[in-house]
Design a protein around this ligand. Structure first.
Ligand SMILES: [Mn+2]
Length: 418
């Protein structure tokens, strides 16, 4: 798998067979991890990425890559940005190759309902269904064997791959302890989890529930007022400095680090630095002018805040041309092969080769119908207020996918602050 890493670093697609291998290996590995992973500094702590693959590369360029550095990612790898597939592929591959140097925690977006609403599901349909046109499909991605993704969905290779990603996400750990000093989670604290041991006792191998302790860890936010209140997101809580201090004292910790909220400065502290929000998606959605940081903790727990910029626009354009080139090569290779087997498929494939983009969009329109229908029937019950922003219209679908979309093009539909 090391030999696949070069392509993953470039954002070039892994084959369906390679993807299946990575997902299987990642799941096996994550199944062995405890709810609360114990890590030792030095370590680089990374907040929300949300599919901003080329901005993530900027971060690695600045800080160093695994195994040179140890990384703790706080979740929300997918959704909203145009490159969720490339982002999660790279991170899972790094996890598999350097398991002791990379820890991935679960965010609230590593879950079925949010990914159906905010982009990752559609991206899987577009990118993996396009691959399936000219690549053999491994048995686990055969839509016939796919667990139904929703009652009315027409299952495809793309939805089967999405489904496999979900079963990997179901195994992600939900918290980490850095040394004896720091608790790391995606969202925040829970009134039902006052000790680290109570986090260890959760049954986590499931989808993120709509409420309860596990949902709280992934959805809650800090506030400046003392005490607990309902979260306006509709899931989780908001909790004050008194709650944070009491939790730290009970568990003999120095501070909590989390992400989950966009903060303009890229980092923000609450309760005199007893809780830090680290945000790692610069220029979020292509529309905001927020900064992004990672927090590097030394062996002595000295924190260094490292800022990084979003990738320049030409990087996205260059990637678009590279992927088009790769697709054309793959399609013409496939049509040579198909010429021997079936005259009909040759005709179909060469049309695609002439106009790769048009072909992909055509396929998408067909899927879009069933996908959005399923959404409106199955989707609205988990968290109406937090998930209310985008409606999956045809224009969203077209941009999300063409894997070729420029940054910001998705932003119109994908704009809120989490
Ligand atoms: Mn989040």
């Amino acid at each position: 798998m090391e030999s696949w890493l070069g392509r993953a670093w470039k954002g070039h697609p892994l084959s369906l067979f390679e993807t299946a291998r990575v997902l299987h290996a990642a799941r096996e590995l994550l199944l062995q991890e405890p709810n609360v992973v114990e890590l030792k500094p030095p370590i680089v702590i990374v907040g929300d990425i949300h599919g901003q693959f080329f901005d993530l590369l900027q971060m690695f360029d600045k800080v160093g890559r695994p195994p040179e550095q140890q990384f703790l990612f706080l979740g929300d790898f997918v959704d909203r940005g145009s490159y969720s597939v490339e982002t999660i592929t790279l991170l899972l591959l790094l996890k598999v190759i350097y398991p002791d140097k990379v820890t991935l925690l679960r965010g609230n977006h590593e879950s079925r309902q949010p990914t159906r609403t905010y982009g990752f599901y559609q991206e899987c349909l577009t990118k993996y269904n396009a691959l399936a046109e000219f690549e053999p499909v491994p048995e686990e991605f055969n839509p016939v064997h796919c667990v139904p993704t929703s009652p009315n969905a027409k299952e495809t290779v793309g939805s089967a791959v999405w489904s496999s990603f979900m079963s990997v996400f179901d195994c992600l750990p939900i918290a980490a302890l850095v040394g004896t000093r720091v608790l790391a989670v995606h969202g925040g604290l829970s009134p039902s989890l006052l000790t680290i041991d109570s986090i260890r006792a959760i049954h986590r191998f499931r989808d993120v529930p709509e409420e309860g302790p596990m949902a709280d860890l992934l959805w809650s936010d800090p506030q400046n007022d003392n005490g607990w209140s309902k979260n306006s997101r509709g899931v989780g809580w908001v909790f004050g400095p008194d709650v944070i201090r009491k939790f730290l004292a009970t568990n003999n910790l120095s501070f909590v680090v989390r992400s989950h909220q966009m903060v303009m400065e890229g980092i923000q502290e609450v309760a005199d630095g007893r809780l830090l929000t680290v945000w790692s998606a610069p220029n979020y959605t292509g529309r905001l002018v927020n900064l992004a940081t990672v927090l590097k903790l030394s062996e002595l727990y000295e924190g260094e805040v490292i800022y990084f910029d979003n990738a320049p626009a030409y990087v996205h354009l260059q990637h678009q041309m590279e992927v088009q080139q790769l697709q054309q090569e793959a399609r013409s290779a496939a049509s040579v092969h198909a010429a021997i087997c079936s005259p009909n498929s040759v005709e179909k494939l060469s049309e695609g080769a002439l106009n790769a983009e048009g072909h992909a969009e055509q396929g998408l329109d067909a899927e879009q119908g069933s996908g959005s229908e399923a959404e409106s029937h199955g989707g609205s019950d988990i968290n109406p207020s937090a998930l209310s922003t985008p409606s999956t219209t045809a224009s969203t679908a077209t941009t999300v996918v063409s894997s070729l979309a420029l940054p910001g093009s998705v932003a119109d539909k994908y704009f809120d602050f989490e």
